[in-house]
Design a protein around this ligand. Structure first.
Ligand SMILES: Nc1nc2c(ncn2[C@@H]2O[C@H](COP(=O)(O)OP(=O)(O)OP(=O)(O)O)[C@@H](O)[C@H]2O)c(=O)[nH]1
Ligand SMILES: [Mg+2]
Length: 426
């Protein structure tokens, strides 16, 4: 029956139909932002949002999260929309989840699980996969009381997938064992990472790109380094593993730009814990550029979130620079307003390249002080002095004379002053 087979195939390709639900605890616009963001998360996880539910309520119901009446309403709504999954904003306890499942008959996933699921799909490196699996297992462990069978009954889809297409373990004893194995493996990887980090740090200053997911951090790294292999995508949490590229600044010095996992408000704690090693690289850098999407109406909230995460990982003392990205999409007037409000910030388009030169100059100045260029006369017996500056300055020979040579040097003002002093010049 070839006809039926085609239908089955199409069914397999169909997206998981999802209803998203949140409590409105007093701010309708905040709740609607949260749901917009959830919708983006669901799409990134490969599902389709077919309905939204909001309940006004100051606190979650201890047993049902929503009110019982609301859950019955959700059940009817889901039937009408042929939805199979309910994704709830927030973190549910094991019993809340079971109770909601019992009343609605739907598969219930919470926001934390949704985010963990996306991380699992996007993890590419060995370390990333281990980090995500650890976060998932630690999240699931206390929620598995008598739930093993139900979890397997629920089948696949969002919330049940581990990294690399594998289904998450649901047996408590095996989970515990797996957690300790993963922790050991991560500790080993951390040692290697520490060594590499020390080596890099000896050789170059490091500039981290941090910001909300989808702000354009990877696009910016791609632009700065010219490396098309940096992965860019219009989805949330496209980048999970730290990516580093060497970039030459206008003074001629090279630094390393480091791109890493994007932030989101209420980033699940199990994730911050599991990604601690990755996030701590940020803390070790010399400067952090906070990348903001200039077209985002809520950029102020997002800036707050980013600063909050930096604080949580102990990086609040890091020198910072604000960078508004995607200005190619902004009206001239909006851009002017933004510039007036943030006179010290930088404004770029990673896509068109606008503002990138200025950004590099600003980074140069912040890390090494003001850059200048000068012509210097170097007597032959002082050539060694000149070349002792070769790592700090760009040096170009202009002309030879009887007693020495004329060079053009470019780089940080302080270094050039020092060179001139050592050459015995003015
Ligand atoms: N128009 C425009 N789009 C941009 C610009 N920068 C990035 N984008 C787009 O924004 C989306 C997200 O870009 P990414 O560079 O992947 O964002 P990210 O900050 O690395 O995101 P995560 O890795 O998820 O944290 C992609 O679709 C990019 O093409 C820009 O300057 N202008
Ligand atoms: Mg990225």
């Amino acid at each position: 029956m070839p006809h039926e087979m085609i239908n089955l195939e199409e069914e397999a390709k169909q997206k998981e139909r999802v209803i998203i639900a949140a409590l409105d605890r007093g701010s309708a616009s905040y709740t609607s932002d949260i749901l917009d963001e959830m919708e983006r998360l669901v799409e990134t996880a490969g599902g389709e949002v077919v309905g939204r539910v909001v309940q006004r309520r100051k606190y979650p119901h201890p047993a049902y999260y929503f009110g019982k009446g609301k859950l019955r309403e959700i059940k009817r709504y889901a039937e009408a929309l042929s939805a199979e999954t309910l994704i709830v904003d927030g973190e549910l306890t094991a019993s809340q989840k079971r109770n909601i499942e019992d009343i609605t008959g739907l598969k219930v996933v919470d926001r934390t699980q949704l985010i963990l699921d996306i991380f699992a799909q996007h993890a590419t490196t060995e370390e990333g996969k281990l980090q995500v699996e650890l976060a998932q297992l630690e999240y699931n462990l206390p929620r598995l009381v008598g739930m093993g069978k139900e979890m397997s009954r629920l089948g696949g889809g969002i919330g049940t997938r581990g990294p690399g297409e594998k289904k998450l373990e649901v047996d408590r004893r095996r989970i515990r064992r797996r957690i300790s194995v993963i922790k050991r493996q991560l500790a080993d990887l951390e040692k290697d990472r520490e060594l590499r980090r020390k080596k890099r740090k000896r050789e170059n200053k490091i500039v981290s790109l941090v910001g909300y997911t989808n702000a354009g951090k990877s696009t910016l790294l791609r632009r700065l380094s010219g490396d098309k292999d940096v992965f860019v995508a219009d989805m949330l949490f496209a980048t999970l593993a730290p990516t580093m590229r060497r970039v030459t600044l206008p003074s001629g010095r090279t630094v390393i730009f480091a791109d890493t996992v994007g932030f989101i408000r209420r980033l699940p704690h199990t994730l911050i814990e599991a990604f601690k090693a990755t996030l701590e690289e940020i803390k070790e850098s010399d400067l952090a550029l906070i990348i903001l999407d200039a077209t985002d109406e809520n950029y102020k909230d997002k800036l707050r979130v980013v600063k909050g995460v930096l604080k949580e990982i102990g990086a609040e003392k890091l020198p910072l620079m604000l960078v508004f990205n995607k200005i190619d999409l902004l009206d001239k007037e909006d851009l002017e307003d933004l510039k007036r409000e943030y006179p010290d910030a930088l404004f770029v388009s990673a896509k068109t390249g606008e503002g990138i030169d200025k950004l590099l100059e600003a980074v140069d100045e912040k890390l090494f002080g003001e850059s200048i260029s000068a012509e210097v006369f170097v007597p032959y017996d002082k050539t060694g002095v000149l070349w002792s500056f070769k790592d700090k300055l760009q040096i170009e020979k202009l002309e030879s004379f009887e007693h020495g040579e004329k060079y053009k040097v470019a780089g940080p003002k302080e270094d050039i002053k020092m060179l001139i002093g050592k050459l015995g010049g003015e």
